[in-house]
Design a protein around this ligand. Structure first.
Ligand code: BGC
Length: 725
């Protein structure tokens, strides 16, 4: 290979835009492929289109190396599933894996080899718009979900015709942007980086993620795309990762804006040397590196390493055996948006819904209602159900709420719809009509929140309240005195203190994908029982973010007594609006005491913690049993609570299940000075229904010190289920 041909393999260019794939494939682009100056494309799609481009690479370029085709297939390709934050609310890794597999099956049938997902960035600040794309604030839940997504996209292993390369992104700490402003610096401690932000990346790497993406942000002044410590020392040397690293879009070129590269050439050298194998979109590797590589043997070695990884990846996918294996028009016709895929999307939507409040058991809706008023423009916004990343999702595929609900209501129950107010306009002139409809109804379904375009990339917000005139609408509706069920649609936690105080029932539906309408209808009518739990804390006010459950204790812990000087805001309650892990059901669950097989454990050993959970209500339902831990006395201050295990179980009325969690001392190791230290002493354990609803407690002792080898939060806790009579 010539240097230019090698560099070509490291170039990834857009073959179109997100919303119009293939639109940039013209004669110039085809000539580029012919001369071997490009190794992969993003935003291309379609069996026929990808086959045509692949043919040029394979038959008309000197070396005949096949291209890789990539796309952001985030939560579905054509069959759109709930947004990732919603999927994480299911606390169901198998479901998450299944959804990613469906996305891969469809994308692969359309010629796509590679997706830019999962996004595993921990998000502690709801102002950050991309919180919608991840699994929330917790590193343990995040690690489990990350691994499940990778396994789903790469189901059966790369090389299978329906497995696509996963990209774990954005490496790293992209979610720690100062002030929640997208693309801003992350300025976090080495401990926070390793204990909070890196565990999901580690879990994804160990799950075999075929690629990683370097982030846009800097950490303490070192841009991720030029961070050799992260991309080389941590990822390659420590984690033994052998997949490819692709930069984020134009991130190589943007090293100039960060002020660490004088020109494109310097930027390309920094990125390649740091460990970026593929430059997405800026095309600097081909235009600015050749001369520098001829002059610098070390850089030439970096080039060879990167090219080897790219070619190996193409080989793993099977492209050297059959470059067209993903571009199969027959498969494309039969395997996209199938009834089975829709069923999977509906199940995912059902399991992602979270019941936040249900005073007086207002939900499920009574069968005797004469008239229901559905209020809020979002009730009639199927487009938003597709979320901000929708690949080839199509609004016409969405089964919307209003018709689904209307057709499911018993004969004799009438449904009227009034938009009242929308998130996108301050206009409140339609509110009186909505109030009149509410007055004339037996109950109101108030649908409020955000459209899809309020969250996602470059969609950070300074105000987490209800946008537009929606709060005015909500107050006016609540003033009618009618029973009100609030249905939230949103891509981030909202600060809706007043609404939550006044409304008797609140259902969090996020953006649920193509089966949103039927899924919400099933839950409203009690044909399905909500069982999701929040993967993020809901703050009471925007001014209190970042606000997360696994914080450090402080010398003056937050105290409800304003007379004490403590770590709190003087004008706000110290509790979250809805805590991490929160979610109600139409039934009730009782927890037994925490049972331990022994109290002491040393590094290398393990112990069992068992908890009996019983459905003490009258309908079948799901509970997510959560196990938290705290190290109360250590060499450094430790979080007040950390999730270390969970299991979603379905229990019939009266049924009891024993859950046995296996814990090891490595799961409580503390990061410092480049290693995972296992310290001696006690660990408090807490089992419960949410981080704030702890039902039973116990403690264990770590009897000897030692060293861990993996990030503590990335070590999965095995859970064994046993039915009890
Ligand atoms: C985003 C990435 C995405 C890429 C390609 C960037 O702007 O940050 O998450 O994969 O675009 O679309």
């Amino acid at each position: 290979m010539t240097i230019e041909e090698k560099l070509g393999q490291l170039v990834q260019l857009p073959g179109g835009r997100q919303k119009s794939p293939n639109s940039k494939i013209n004669d110039d682009e085809r000539a580029r492929v012919r001369s071997g100056l490009v190794g992969s494309y993003l935003n291309v799609a379609g069996a026929a289109e990808t086959r045509a481009l692949q043919r040029i690479a394979v038959e008309e370029s000197r070396l005949g190396i096949p291209l890789l085709f990539a796309m952001d297939v985030i939560h579905g390709y054509r069959t759109i599933f709930p947004v990732p934050l919603a999927m994480a609310s299911s606390w169901d890794p198998e479901l998450v894996e299944g959804a990613a597999h469906v996305a891969a099956v469809e994308a692969a049938a359309s010629g796509i080899h590679w997706t830019f997902a999962p996004m595993v960035d921990i998000a502690r600040d709801a102002r950050w718009g991309r919180i919608v794309e991840g699994a929330g604030e917790d590193p343990y839940l995040g690690a489990i979900i990350a691994a499940a997504q990778v396994q789903g996209f790469q189901h059966g292993g790369l090389g299978k015709p329906d497995a696509i390369i996963a990209t774990t992104k954005h490496f790293a700490a992209y979610g720690a942007a100062v002030g929640g402003r997208d693309y801003s610096s992350a300025d976090i401690s080495d401990r926070t980086l390793n204990e909070v932000y890196l565990p999901p990346f580690y879990a994804a790497a160990k799950a075999g993620s075929g690629s990683f993406m370097s982030a846009f942000n800097d950490i303490g002044g070192v841009p991720a795309t030029a961070n050799r410590i992260l991309l080389h020392d941590v990822l390659r040397d420590l984690w033994k990762y052998d997949g490819i690293v692709v930069s984020d879009w134009m991130a190589v070129d943007e090293l100039r804006n960060h002020g660490v590269a004088a020109d494109g050439g310097e930027a390309a050298v920094l990125a390649l040397h740091a460990g970026v194998d593929i430059d997405m979109a800026s095309n600097l590797f081909v235009t600015a590196l050749a001369e520098r590589i001829r002059a610098d043997p070390a850089l030439a070695a970096d080039l060879d390493t990167a090219v080897r990884r790219v070619l190996l990846t193409k080989a793993k996918v099977g492209l050297f055996d059959d470059p067209y294996r993903f571009s199969d028009a027959a498969r494309e016709r039969t395997s996209i948006l199938t009834p089975q895929h829709r069923t999977a999307a509906r199940d995912a939507a059902l399991r992602s819904i979270v019941l936040l409040k249900n005073e007086g058991n207002l939900l499920p809706l009574a069968g005797s209602l004469r008239k229901i008023a559905v209020v809020g423009a979002l009730a009639n916004d199927p487009d938003s159900e597709l979320g901000p990343w929708r690949a080839r999702g199509n609004v016409d595929d969405v089964s919307p709420l209003l018709p689904a609900l209307r057709s499911a209501l018993p004969k004799g129950t009438q449904l009227v719809f009034e938009p009242g107010a929308s998130p996108t306009s301050p206009d409140g002139t339609a509110i009186p009509a909505a109030v009149a409809a509410a007055r004339d109804a037996d109950m109101v379904l108030l649908v409020v929140g955000e459209t899809f375009d309020f969250s996602g990339e470059a969609r950070s917000r300074s105000d987490l309240g209800l946008p537009g005139a929606q709060q005015t609408l909500a107050d006016a509706i609540l003033d009618t005195g009618k029973p009100v069920v609030v249905l939230l649609m949103n891509g981030r936690p909202l600060a809706i203190d007043r609404l939550a105080e006044r409304a008797p029932a609140i259902l969090e539906t996020w953006f649920l994908g193509v089966e949103a309408g039927p899924a919400i209808t099933d839950v409203l009518l009690g044909r399905a029982v909500p069982g999701g739990k929040l993967p993020v804390t809901f703050p009471r006010a925007t001014g209190s973010v970042p606000f997360y459950y696994n914080h450090l204790p402080s010398g003056r812990p937050a105290d409800a007594d304003l007379g004490k000087d403590s770590a709190r805001y003087h004008d706000l309650s110290i509790t979250p609006l809805f805590p991490f892990g929160h979610g109600l059901s139409y039934t009730k669950f009782d927890y037994g005491p925490l049972q331990l097989d022994r109290r002491e454990v040393a590094p290398g050993g393990s112990l069992f913690v068992a908890i009996d959970v019983r459905n003490s209500g009258s309908v079948i339902g799901d509970e997510v049993v959560q196990l938290y831990a705290r190290d109360p006395l250590a060499s450094v201050s430790r979080p007040v609570q950390e999730l270390r295990g969970f299991r979603r179980v379905t229990l019939k009325p009266g049924e009891t299940r024993r859950l046995r969690f296996t814990l090891t001392p490595e799961q409580f190791a503390v990061w410092g000075a480049g290693r995972w230290r296992i310290e001696t002493g006690s660990i408090e354990l807490m089992a419960g229904s949410s981080s704030a609803d702890i039902r039973s407690r116990g403690s264990i002792t770590i009897s000897a010190s030692g060293e861990g080898t993996a990030p503590a939060a990335a070590i999965p806790t095995a859970v064994h289920e046993e039915r009890l009579p």
